[in-house]
Design a protein around this ligand. Structure first.
Ligand code: FES
Ligand code: FE
Length: 462
């Protein structure tokens, strides 16, 4: 294990689920960050992209798992491999392109070449390496699984399979990924930018924070997109809605019911019509079956623990890549129903660039908050007292007949408490065997409606 000055009981004490607070040093401490790379990022299922981004054999893209660079490569047999983007010889980056199509990857340092499966196939002056076994000299391979078009990878051989890891979070992911049997496609291009703040601010906000959308944070973005025939008061954020906290696993989501005012302000009326009227909407309603799921109004915010976030309706998907405790890289792309018209696909392309992108008007509001908090945490006194994460405690949380997981009112910090509680579990668990012992029950299967068969009562007390 990475040497740390933190004892496990001290790490556990950084987060209080019961009282609702977090110690701000979780956003700034270098030793905690190094442990995070080992115990969170090297053990979790991490999003790496969409299947449509590497459609043909030999298509590849480069990405990161934590700070480890990886190559994501479509094989000739249509399977996907993910391996460390690091030459086994002297550690040079194997592939320095963002994406492309290749028959092999040749290291630019001394010319070692690997095929698309990551097998070392050519070594210049190989007769000078009489002891080298080429078959054993490929880069480290990760486990790869997909969920409805999204590619995830995990370094840890002991981790549960992806479906188990996602648990009832799949119900909420489907709101964006499973509206039609055609599935989704990614709009070409991945936007990448740097924000000088800890990755957890973004991941936690997308898991839990509808609170900020209702106050000043997004008024500027809403004003910028206000249709000519609307007043600001016409687009007041709705008040009816729910928040989802994973029974176990750190995932979270939140959504309003029925009311698409916020989506109209972000994406415009054409996208709202596409979601709520016409053939595509009917198809989605049929597919969702239960009206309860149809009532979830986009945008539904969501984080799949640890660093993958989704915003349905807006259809932005992002990876919050850690870059030290004080910085992250945001990588985002947009998906759209594969059978949507070209006009709707273009609406999505234009509106996500305008609202949620490096220069997006809503993105600025969020980033501004995170950067300011991180800047203030350079202070000594600013790190001396815990932050309040107590919204919703003792109020209204429980099980719900229609929505899986622990469900409370939409304005809530319960999912944030779930996010940090799971973070602390992973940070204090040396392996998945230890982590699994913190599960509320041994029965973690979903029934055919995607509802967790665990009752909330069974999971009380963790
Ligand atoms: Fe790659 Fe030497 S570091 S060939
Ligand atoms: Fe926001």
């Amino acid at each position: 294990a990475e040497a740390t000055k933190w004892a496990e009981e001290d790490i556990a004490a950084l987060v209080s689920d019961q009282h609702g607070w977090v110690d701000p040093r979780i956003y700034t401490d270098e030793a905690l960050y190094q442990l995070e790379l080992e115990r969170v990022f090297a053990k979790s299922w991490l999003l790496l992209g969409h299947e449509s981004q590497i459609a043909k054999g030999g298509d590849f893209m480069t990405n990161y798992m934590g700070e480890d660079p990886v190559l994501v490569v479509r094989q000739k047999d249509a399977s996907i491999r993910v391996f460390l983007n690091q030459c086994r010889h002297r550690g040079m980056r194997l592939c320095r392109a963002d994406c492309g199509n290749a028959k092999s990857f040749t290291c630019s340092y001394h010319g070692w070449a690997y095929d698309t499966a990551g097998t070392l196939v050519n070594v210049p002056y190989s007769e000078c390496f009489p002891t080298l076994d080429k078959k054993e000299s490929g880069p480290l391979q990760a486990r790869v699984e997909t969920y409805k078009g999204l590619i995830f990878a995990n370094w840890d051989t002991e981790a549960p399979d992806l479906a188990t890891y996602l648990g009832e979070a799949r119900f909420y992911m489907d709101h964006m990924l499973d509206r039609t049997e055609a599935g989704t496609v990614a709009i070409p291009g991945i936007q990448k930018w740097v924000i000088p703040c800890n990755w957890k601010f973004a991941a936690e906000q997308f898991s839990s924070d509808m609170y900020h959308a209702g106050t000043t944070s997004h008024i500027s973005g809403i004003l910028a997109g206000l249709p000519a025939d609307k007043e600001l008061s016409d687009l007041a954020p709705p008040t009816e809605g729910n928040q989802y906290r994973a029974l176990w696993g750190g995932h979270g989501a939140g959504f309003y019911l029925d009311d698409t005012n916020l989506l109209a302000a972000i994406m415009g009326e054409k996208v709202v019509d596409y979601w709520t009227k016409g053939a595509a909407a009917e198809k989605a309603a049929l597919r969702f079956g239960a009206t309860a799921r149809s009532r979830i109004a986009p945008p539904q915010h969501m984080t799949v623990f640890p660093n993958c976030s989704l915003l349905s309706g807006v259809n932005t998907i992002r990876m919050w890549h850690p870059r030290g405790p004080n910085e992250m890289e945001v990588w985002t792309f947009t998906v759209v129903d594969a059978d949507a018209s070209d006009e709707i696909k273009d609406e999505y392309r234009r509106h996500t660039i305008r609202t949620f992108s490096a220069g997006g008007v809503f993105e600025q509001d969020d980033g501004e908050n995170w950067v300011e908090v991180q800047q203030i945490l350079k202070g000594y006194k600013a790190r001396s007292r815990p932050f309040v994460v107590s919204m919703g405690i003792g109020r209204d949380e429980g099980s719900h007949p229609d929505y899986p997981g622990r469900i409370g009112y939409v304005y809530n910090e319960n999912a944030a408490r779930g996010f940090y509680t799971h973070w602390a579990r992973m940070m204090t668990s040396p392996n998945w065997a230890a982590l699994n012992q913190t599960r509320p029950g041994s029965e973690n299967e979903l029934d055919s409606n995607g509802i967790h068969t665990d009752s909330v009562e069974q999971s009380a007390g963790y």
